[in-house]
Design a binder for this molecule. Structure first.
Ligand code: SAM
Length: 287
């Protein structure tokens, strides 16, 4: 029996003497021009996608990440969502969740075509909506793509990997400025923002850089067992909207309508919407 270990490493990792080990039944490896892909058939987590040694998603817990990167921002935008930009997200889980809000078009900008092809072949329950006719797949660097786009999107979702390699540019203030310009007035931006426990300095830097650009910046948490420490964060930013100012009764009504079309979600619900924004004291304390 094979075992795979993700050694927690890389810039800003504060648990570099730690890792996560899973028992593996089989493994498939592919080298792309950008990174090394690994598809593991695991004993406990179903299929697992690993990029350059870092676990990206597993069939068992992907719903938490993908619901939580999309729905808190999407339910804050109480108007009809027309155009959405997803940067990264090659496994397809993010567009699957965005489509539940009936957008007219999603531009999904993924730098590595092989991640999409690999996920379509090996992770059908996650990538199942990538070929939806409303998804416009663009294989390009998301950093370059947002330059010079003015007031196009209602929602921008940055579903990228850790700030090493091609993702690094998606954590810079200049990128956040271009993303803010690409939003329509009243639009909303969300990015995954690392683990406040395992990568606290990076998490705080993301919030700080976003705060230089947007009036409202709200980090929030979700429990994701296969990510370092299990404590994960996302951050919503907007110049006009605030996820905590959406009245509970209107969110509850919107969610009920949503579930009539899509069924219940597995993690997100209106109570999670507010509760996720409660951040433990240690995150913002010098320790
Ligand atoms: N859930 C994941 C996590 O936090 O570990 C992210 C998953 S998703 C597979 C990340 C994707 O971002 C990868 O497929 C990668 O190719 C893509 N990516 C990295 N840098 C990018 C860039 N500059 N532009 C567009 N896509 C990028």
């Amino acid at each position: 029996m094979l075992w795979f270990t993700e050694y927690y490493s890389g810039e800003g990792m504060e648990l570099s003497g730690t890792g996560l080990t899973v028992r593996v039944k089989s493994a498939l490896r592919k080298k792309t021009p950008f990174q090394e892909l690994l598809l593991l058939e695991t004993e406990d987590w179903g299929r697992m996608l690993v990029l350059d040694g870092a676990i990206q998603t597993t069939e068992k817990d992907e719903f938490i990440y993908h619901e939580m990167i999309v729905h808190p921002a999407a339910f804050t935008l109480t108007r009809q969502i027309e155009r959405v930009l997803v940067i990264g997200g090659g496994d397809g889980g993010t567009v699957r969740e965005v489509l539940k809000h009936n957008p007219i078009q999603i531009d999904m900008v993924e730098i590595d075509r092989d991640v999409v092809e690999f996920s379509k072949e090996h992770l059908p329950s996650i990538s199942c909506s990538i070929d939806d006719e409303r998804v416009n797949l663009i294989f390009e660097d998301g950093r370059e793509f947002v330059k010079n786009r003015k007031e196009v999107y209602d929602l921008i979702v940055v579903d990228c990997s850790d700030p090493v390699g091609p993702s690094r540019v998606l954590y810079e203030e200049s990128f956040y400025r271009d993303a803010a310009k690409a939003l329509k007035p009243g639009g909303i931006f969300v990015t995954q923002s690392e683990s406040p426990f395992a990568q606290k300095r990076i998490h705080l830097k993301i919030v700080e850089e976003l705060s230089k650009v947007f009036k409202s910046v709200r980090p929030y948490l979700a429990f994701i067992p296969t990510y370092p420490s299990g404590m994960w964060s996302f951050t919503i930013a907007s110049n006009e909207l605030d996820p905590l100012k959406v009245p509970y009764s209107s969110l509850d009504n919107l969610y009920r309508e949503f579930t009539k079309r899509n069924g219940e979600l597995r993690y997100y619900n209106p109570k999670i919407h507010y509760g996720a924004f409660a951040i433990p004291n240690f995150v913002y304390r010098e320790e």
